[in-house]
Design a protein around this ligand. Structure first.
Ligand code: PLP
Length: 549
């Protein structure tokens, strides 16, 4: 279709949400817990008639293992329980009702097809203790998923067990230790750049290693001099994400890999940012030895608020002997089994094989997109982030919220499929201001600094984030990475439309206009959410739990 023949749309213009007289019904409602609802004897479920021979209770469950008193469970009817949970769900923000550009979290749309496939009884009702001979389909799916992840990462061996990205990190650090110990070496340091996600140093500490921070250079990448100074034979591993948490691809990755490998250490890839590079560049080709995937991010799962997640790992041949067990194997007759107890393995990381429902959804995603579709998803994620950044510049938002490290050179050499650079735009001045124009590109996400906004308009990044809720948007990630003043980290993902991106950009511009007139509007926000501004630290440190269980 000729682009010019399309009906034109009025430019997005955010409507200012109310700020006064906004005591909404949800704000007035005193949220009851399920324990405060219902009445004795009310039920939402009726047991079907017994269709097996009746057996005395003592035979099924000995008296000493039974409770003396029944547990104090809520007694509610089905409508009560349905309304309770629907009401609760409305008190929260979710991806199905609005844009959720939470940087580093890849809140992309979760196709409903995946839910249908995961709900098939052969998947949903499969018992984890089922004998492998009777779970062939599930094992085949896992085997194929491992092969797909191996291809995507460029590393030959995959283990699906870990339950989250951070759990994959722990697996990776334990594998590193096992690898060094098998060579008769004890190394006690792990290097992490100061842009690293908090789970990296936390994992390192949890695994008993010492965290050594590596500085960031003025372009937002690893400071090579600092790396060279700190890489010695005490170092077990360098953990890195590329693109990093600034949304910048480090063009020095081959040099970084050779510094790390020269001292005999391993290179760990935090795959949380894989959504920028699927089908374009592979961690294995960059020299990484161990990779974790966040299936729940790059390969879609409903996530946020605690899971379930899945953080498989892929490793090079030298790390393979230490992988967690049991592993899925295919025999010569084509049948599948779980094998590997008693090897050099670091052992089990969890019960059973991992979060199987996540495997089904991610495998459905990979199969339905195929290799070209995955590449397209990453390219569109990068395009969407750069489009949004350009709109923010156009609307003047970046005058108050400049792009952090907008003098990055790294993206000028971001490898595309055909090995042509994505852009050869020269880097701008590097004076801490946003470069403007077309310079200073990002990958799938970008980090803005709210420092100038705070000084000129007297509102902080947190206030801006709270006011965004009134406009119907989930705020981007705030105050991370730590090395950016008043950071606002935006990851739009590939599944958002141009209109959504325009609307979000306009909402940010409108909030800044409001703040220029009256900063109190943002300082008191939000006005329209079920609860107004919370003491978030207090809520986490001193939770008020009304119901004794
Ligand atoms: C860069 C990065 N690394 C690691 C993680 C940890 O992943 P998970 O939340 O699955 O444990 C995250 C999560 O947000 C992340 O953004």
């Amino acid at each position: 279709m000729n682009e010019n023949a399309r009906p034109t749309r009025a430019p997005a213009r955010a409507r200012r949400p109310p700020v006064r007289g906004t005591d909404t019904p949800l704000q007035r409602e005193h949220a009851l817990t399920i324990f405060e609802r219902g009445a004795p004897g009310r039920r939402a479920f009726q047991c079907p008639a017994l269709d097996v021979p009746e057996a005395p209770l003592d035979e099924l469950l000995p008296a000493h293992l039974r409770r003396a008193e029944p547990p104090r469970l809520p007694e509610v009817s089905e409508p009560e329980i349905v309304r309770h949970y629907v009401r609760l769900s409305k008190r929260n923000f979710d991806l199905d009702s609005g844009f959720y550009p939470l940087g580093s979290c890849t809140m992309k749309h979760n196709p409903r097809l995946h839910e249908r496939v995961a709900a098939l009884p052969g998947h949903a009702r499969l018992h984890p203790l089922q004998d492998p001979s009777r779970a062939q389909g599930a094992l085949e799916l896992m085997y194929n998923l491992e092969a797909a992840l191996s291809e995507i990462s460029g590393l030959p061996h995959v283990c699906l067990q870990p339950s989250a990205g951070s759990h994959g990190e722990l697996a990776g650090v334990l594998l590193t230790r096992a690898y060094h110990e098998a060579r008769g070496e004890t190394r006690h340091k792990v290097l992490t750049p100061d842009t690293a996600h908090g789970t990296n140093p936390a994992t390192v500490t949890m695994a008993g290693f010492e965290v050594v921070k590596i500085a960031t250079n003025p372009h937002g990448g690893v400071d090579l001099d600092d790396l060279r100074a700190k890489a010695d034979t005490d170092v077990a591993c360098l953990m890195l994400t590329n693109p990093n948490t600034l949304g910048l691809f480090d063009p020095n990755i081959q040099e970084i890999a050779s510094v790390v490998h020269e001292v005999g250490a391993t290179l760990y890839y935090d795959g949380a940012n894989l959504n920028a590079v699927m089908g374009i560049s592979r961690p294995g080709d960059m020299g990484f030895d161990i990779v974790h995937f966040n299936l729940h991010k790059s390969f879609t799962q409903p996530h946020g608020g605690g899971g379930p997640g899945s953080g498989p790992i892929a490793v090079s041949a030298r790390i393979e002997p230490f992988l967690p067990v049991p592993r899925v194997a295919r025999g010569e007759d084509g049948s599948f089994d779980l094998v590997g107890e008693g090897s050099d393995s670091i052992g089990r990381l969890r019960g059973f094989q991992g979060n199987y429902g996540c495997f089904v959804r991610s495998y459905a995603y990979i199969c339905s997109l195929g290799a070209p579709g995955l590449k397209d998803a990453s390219e569109t994620a990068v395009l969407n982030a750069n489009y949004l950044l350009a709109r923010l510049r156009q609307l003047g938002v970046c005058e108050h919220l400049p792009l952090a490290y907008s003098n990055a050179q790294s993206n000028a050499s971001f490898p595309t499929g055909d090995n042509k650079p994505l852009t050869n735009v020269p880097s701008p001045d590097g004076d801490g201001k946003d470069g403007g124009g077309v310079s200073g590109l990002c990958l799938h996400e970008f980090v803005l600094s709210g420092g100038p906004m705070k000084r000129a308009l007297k509102i902080k990044t947190l206030d801006l984030a709270k006011r965004l809720l009134d406009y119907g948007y989930h705020p981007p990630t705030v105050y991370f990475p730590l090395l950016v003043e008043e950071a606002l980290m935006v990851e739009p993902t590939e599944t958002e439309t141009r209109e959504t991106l325009d609307g979000f950009a306009e909402a940010l511009a409108e909030i800044l206009r409001e703040a220029a007139e009256d900063p109190e509007i943002a300082l008191q926000a939000p006005y329209t959410t079920p609860v107004r501004r919370l003491d978030e630290a207090g809520a986490a440190k001193r939770p008020v739990i009304r119901q004794a269980l």
